[in-house]
Structure formats: structure tokens, C-alpha cells
Ligand binder design. Sequence first.
Ligand code: GMT
Length: 373
Amino acid sequence: MKIGMVLYPTFGGSGVLGTELGKALAKQGHEIHFITYSQPVRLGSFKENIFYHEVVVTDYPLFDFQPYETELTSKMVDVVKYEKLDILHVHYAIPHASAAFMAKQILKAQGIHIPVVTTLHGTDITLVGRDPSFEPVITFCINESDAITAVSQSLRAATYEHFKIFREITVIPNFVVTEVSDASFSEQMRIKYACDGEKIVCHISNFRKVKRIEDVIKVFAQIAAALPAKLILVGDGPDRYHAERLSRELGVNEKVIFLGKLRDTSHVLSFSDLFLLPSETESFGLAALEAMSMGVPVISTNTGGIPEVNEHGFSGFLSQVADIDDMVKNALYILDNDRLNTFKSQAKIKAQEFAIEAILPKYVEIYTKLAHN
Ligand code: GMT
């Protein structure tokens, strides 16, 4: 099949998922056309069956706001028409579902039928989409999609709760492509970042408010008071400054390493002992799954779709949002030398439920049904 993949190219989970999905489909022989405004961070170098179509937004002095959605729609129309696509799969409803609806109508007027699959990822529903300034468009476009998927049961339920959706939403959980770690590299890096016996705690996110970065620092400060440990933070975003300030205030700044944004997080995860995800809300928690797949147990909140991923007492532990003491207690329990390796193995076992081999056929089934209608 020829599939158009529309996504945000940045470090967010929806872009990562859409890119990895496209790469996996291309490996199976499908032709994948990425349509977005810059090269997706996880795309990497040349790959067979993969094409990238950049949406260029022209900067006219007349506009205070550049019309990205219009440029995106035109690009979708062009790519569907001239590359003869069978399916358009859009990740994240805003503005991708509405641009896809518009593209579909334009193509229909030219006698071309293009089925649209919309995957809901989280904040498009739980935060941004609920904003009254977006809601009517979101509701309409979700209902107009030919197939709708959500990344967790929790997100599916939230979508029905907050929007008047009269269509079936299929849950297709996020997946992980497990990277093979190089043991000698991991050992070298462990020696570089942590002295003998120090545990390595890790957090990866876009440092937005919803991630509660300050809770990461608070939990780590208590862990570091109890045992030798370092904290590695990967990513960047609006709350990074607060994390830097708090780590100085709590006197742990010497033990906190800010690496910034990384295209590939598997290397850092390969020498980490524990992953912290204290989010306010999380439709799935792809970063936690990626950690688990590298054998890193997870201390997280029990919000949204996280309990569908992180199994309490097996791959890690779940706590109420903002319950720092409980997260610290659980973290110290896992980091105990007698238990750590068991939790590491269990995290890997749990992640296997979300192996790409198990999830990919679910998308292919949807595409196949729509393409043959
Ligand atoms: O977490 C973010 O802020 C990024 C956001 C996105 O859309 O890129 O992530 C959402 O989608 C991910 C992939 O499906 C999920 O794993 C994240 O849980 C979800 N984030 C939230 O719900 C806050």
C-alpha cells in the first residue's frame, strides 16, 4: 500500500510513534510518504520505500499568523494525487484531522477517494482539544475520519466523555521497537556518568507543565539522600529552568545531568537503573514503555493510560499524582541491590506486550479494510 503519514516532526510521542510506524511499514514493503514541516527526528538517513514531503509555509507580510493548515492541506492533496496514495494516516487531531478532512473534500471534487485514519494521542483530546476554541472542529473532524484509533483505553474513554463522538474508536496501544544494547558501551557510559555503586535515575520528556518536572527533582533529591545516585534528564522545554533552579535549591545540582534533546534515547536508557514519570496526565507514556523495553523499571503516577503500560509491582510502581513520598518509597524498594535485577527483567517482559510485531498488524488491518472499500 501507499500510505501518507502526517505528524509533528518534533520530539513528542505522537511524532515518534508515527515515524516508527512508517519505518516499520516501509520495511514490510509498503511505500510511506511523510508529510510535515521538517524532517521527523526519528527518521534518520535514507531508507528504502520512505519519502519525505516538506510543508513550506510562505512568510507573507500580510499575515500575522502563517496559515500552516492551508499549506499542509495543499501538500496532502498534491501527494495523494500525484503519488497515488491509498491511505492518509494523521497523528494528533489538531490540525491534522481538519487538514485531512479538507484535503479529502478537495480530492473528492476531483473524483479521487482517499480514506483518512486519525490517531488520537493524548493532549489533542485531554488538554488542547477540550479548549472551546478548538472543540467544534475537533469533534467534527474526528467524526468525519474513516477510522479513528486511540493509543489507550483511557484515551478512548476520555474522548467519548469530552466530545460528542458517534463513531467507533479502536484502541491500538503504542508500540516499541526494542534496540539491542551494546553491553560494553553501557558499562563505559555508566563509569563516565556515575561512580562505583551510584544508581542512575533517568527522565525523558518535553519538559512541559504536564510532566511535573519539579516532582522528578523532588523525588530524586530524596533518593540521593538515601543512597549514591545520579539523575540524567533528557529533553528540553518550558519547565527546564524550574528544574535547574530546584535542583540548586535542594542541593543536588552536582548530581543532576541535563543532556538536552536526543534523537535516540536508547543509549541513555541502556545504562539507567530507574525511570521517573510523575506526569499530571499521560494518555499512554511512550517514554516509560521505551525505558521498560531497555530493562529500566518505572516509577510513575497512576493517571490516564499509564496503568495500562506500567504494571504495579511488576514493571515498576504507580503512585497518586504529586505523592512524592510514595514515589520515593517505591524507588528505594526497586533500587535495592537484591531486587533491582528482578525488576529490570520484569520491565523487559512487560514491554514485550507492546512489541511492534504485535501492534503493527492492527494498523495494517485497518488500512487494508479501508483501501479495499
Ligand atoms: O507527552 C507529550 O507532551 C507529547 C504528546 C504528543 O502528542 O506528542 O504525547 C502524547 O502522545 C504520546 C504518544 O501516543 C503518549 O505516549 C503520551 O502519553 C501523550 N502525552 C500526554 O497525554 C500528556
